[in-house]
Design a protein around this ligand. Structure first.
Ligand code: MG
Length: 385
């Protein structure tokens, strides 16, 4: 085996991508960066490439290709752009692990290509499993590929079941911070602004996931993600609100015993574990001190106010292409909310309308998912305009 793991980071300039590079910077003897990719942020991509010396970078925005190429020529770093660039760089021989930190549906195709090429996946792009969980997990099984969760809740569950792989999970308990609007009722949410929704109490994250956390859609997507990662049914997944975000999630085994994984909310730890597994690397990340948290509290999620969680469970139970509809409608709704085109509560209304109108497909193929995604986006935009 090689002495270093070679990493491809898809989405290196985003929140997860930049934190992943912070992790990799600490362990130069353990990892090397083979590929970095970004959609728009050419300046940061160039800076990252000069520091981490990948073999290849991809800039999604073709208009910035020349800029990136000119900046990196002297450093002997190849630069690609264009629609198929992501799909081809994930298949490069030298790559061991692909960290998928793209936002939303865009992660689906490159993830499939990486799995087809036998690359292990560090999955930060939960939407990929929401859209096409069955297809992705069966392809991964067929190719002998491991999918290591980066999402903090799923990393927590993964950490709880290390050494327990032969023991059945009775249920998992996903913790949710409740987001910035915990305790609010529908009437309070009519007029909340983008700025208020973007203020998460515990985590600093990208805009899309921060809005998803405020609507609880993030937790809904995570329920579906957990189903596929851990082979569970919908009624084996429970959500509990835990505002301090110290317990990152729990597993209950068949003897009734519950394991929890705890720590300060810091994405660098789950990122690091996904890359270092089965090892744990010594780190200097801040340590949790119980005496600073005299009470860790738990409550039921308010699914009357935050209907997205209910809709997600419904989509999961209906299965087929319904989680794909849920995701596509939500991506459009969040994007339009971020453009101040719709209000906070309308996001959920759009998702619900799409779930009720898009035709159901019981066993979708990849083409069906692509079609469902497209159709749902058109429908969602129609509802808005
Ligand atoms: Mg999470």
């Amino acid at each position: 085996m090689k002495s270093k793991k070679s990493i491809a980071i898809l989405g290196s300039t985003g929140s997860i991508g930049t934190q992943a590079l912070e992790v990799l910077r600490v362990y130069p003897a353990k990892f090397e960066v083979e590929v970095l990719t970004a959609q728009n942020n050419a300046a940061l991509l160039i800076q990252q490439a000069i520091e981490f010396k990948p073999n290849v970078v991809v800039i999604g925005d073709e208009g910035q290709y020349e800029t990136v190429k000119n900046a990196l020529d002297a450093h002997d770093i190849k630069v690609f752009t264009g629609e198929n660039a992501l799909s081809s760089v994930v298949q490069m021989d030298a790559v061991d692990i692909v960290l998928t930190a793209l936002v939303g549906y865009s992660g689906l195709k490159p993830t499939i290509k990486a799995i087809q090429a036998g690359k292990n996946i560090a999955l930060a792009n939960k939407e990929t499993l929401v859209v096409a969980g069955e297809l992705i997990t069966s392809l991964a099984r067929e190719k002998g590929v491991n999918i290591y969760p980066v999402d903090s809740e799923h990393s927590a569950i993964f950490q709880c079941i290390v050494g327990e792989f032969h023991n059945k999970i009775e249920k998992i308990i996903l913790t949710a911070s409740g987001g910035p609007f915990r305790g609010k009722k529908r009437a309070d949410l009519e007029a909340v602004t983008k700025a208020q929704a973007l203020k998460h109490p515990n985590w600093t994250m990208g805009a899309k996931i921060t809005i998803d956390s405020a609507t609880l859609m993030n937790k809904g997507l995570e329920v579906i993600e957990a189903k596929w990662l851990f082979g569970l049914s919908a009624d084996q997944v429970e959500v509990v609100v835990h505002p301090q975000s110290i317990i990152h999630s729990m597993v209950q085994f068949e003897d009734g015993s519950i394991k929890a994984q705890m720590g300060l909310p810091d994405m660098r730890l789950p990122i690091q574990f996904a890359l270092s597994y089965p090892e744990r690397f010594k780190s200097d990340l801040p340590r949790f001190d119980f005496t600073n948290y005299p009470s860790l509290t738990f409550e039921k999620p308010d699914t009357e106010t935050f209907r997205n969680l209910t809709l997600s469970f419904e989509a999961l139970k209906r299965a087929g292409n319904m989680p794909c509809v849920l995701n596509a409608a939500n991506e459009v709704a969040v994007a339009e909310f971020l453009k101040d085109k719709i209000g906070f509560l309308q996001m959920t209304a759009i998702v619900e309308r799409c779930l009720n109108t898009i035709s159901y497909i019981e066993h979708p193929s990849l083409e069906d998912y692509v079609q469902t995604d497209k159709e749902t986006r058109i429908k969602a935009l129609e509802l808005i305009n």
